[in-house]
Design a protein around this ligand. Structure first.
Ligand SMILES: *[C@@H]1O[C@H](CO)[C@@H](O)[C@H](O)[C@H]1NC(C)=O
Ligand SMILES: *[C@@H]1O[C@H](CO)[C@@H](O)[C@H](O)[C@H]1NC(C)=O
Ligand SMILES: *[C@@H]1O[C@H](CO)[C@@H](O)[C@H](O)[C@H]1NC(C)=O
Length: 201
């Protein structure tokens, strides 16, 4: 069950491809001298990579390095997979992980699934990824999702200043439940092939 929790929500950053789309927050320097600076695009990529590492190459050490102690992960989609489509035992509105310690205790190795980043956006302190999992390991239905990663600035860390603080991850858990065989849809039979498609093939 735990593996779903991590698998589903986090594969989103499992194979960071070149972003195809970048939307930026304000580039203006904040007026308040004590306010954190605005996250740059390369820093947003690092945040996403750090998150990816926590899935693909997990270690407690890197988690402590890249996540805030009060890290929280919210995903009703993951909770739905954990529950197998039922309303419990996990409250669908509850956080999937509460606290870095809780995350560390629940984290583990994950099965490989196809994964493609469709878009990577960022604001001054948030990284947003849209992703798709499709093909062997995720069949017959493609699964598309969105992850929002809120990060916290660490003024004393110049090499890795943005720590992962809050994750909101939602995706097409209906399709995923079908692929897992948990839910079997009643689908209309495919239409008979038309003359045109026979000719075309
Ligand atoms: C996994 O992480 C460790 C450090 O935590 C690093 O030494 C190693 O190179 C990483 N392996 C891969 C395949 O990224
Ligand atoms: C990582 O941290 C968690 C939570 O403290 C702990 O349960 C687990 O045993 C640790 N893993 C290793 C390899 O130390
Ligand atoms: C930055 O400060 C925090 C809080 O005092 C501390 O936990 C952390 O280790 C520091 N990081 C670096 C890179 O010095």
């Amino acid at each position: 069950m735990r593996s779903f929790a991590i698998a589903a929500g986090f594969f989103a950053v499992a194979a960071l491809a070149s972003p195809v789309n970048v939307a930026r927050g304000s580039d203006a320097e904040p007026c308040d001298d004590n306010a954190p600076p605005c996250m740059t695009y390369p820093q947003a990529q690092v945040v996403a990579q750090n998150f990816r590492q926590s899935i693909k190459n997990y270690s407690n050490e890197s988690t402590i390095q890249h996540f805030t102690e009060d890290f929280v992960d919210y995903s009703a989609s993951v909770n739905t997979l954990i529950n197998g489509g039922c309303t419990g035992p996990v409250d669908l509105n509850a956080a999937t992980f509460t606290g870095r310690e809780n995350f560390m205790a629940g984290q583990g190795s994950q099965p490989a699934i196809p994964f493609k980043i469709l878009n990577l956006y960022h604001t001054c302190d948030t990284v947003i990824i849209r992703w798709r999992s499709q093909g062997p390991g995720q069949e017959p239905e493609p699964v598309t999702g969105i992850i929002v990663i809120e990060a916290e600035y660490q003024a004393n860390d110049t090499t890795d200043p943005w720590l992962i603080k809050t994750v909101y991850s939602e995706f097409n858990s209906g399709a995923w439940l079908v692929n897992l065989g948990v839910f079997t849809p009643t689908c209309p039979p495919p239409p008979p092939p038309s003359k045109r498609s026979i000719t075309a093939n």
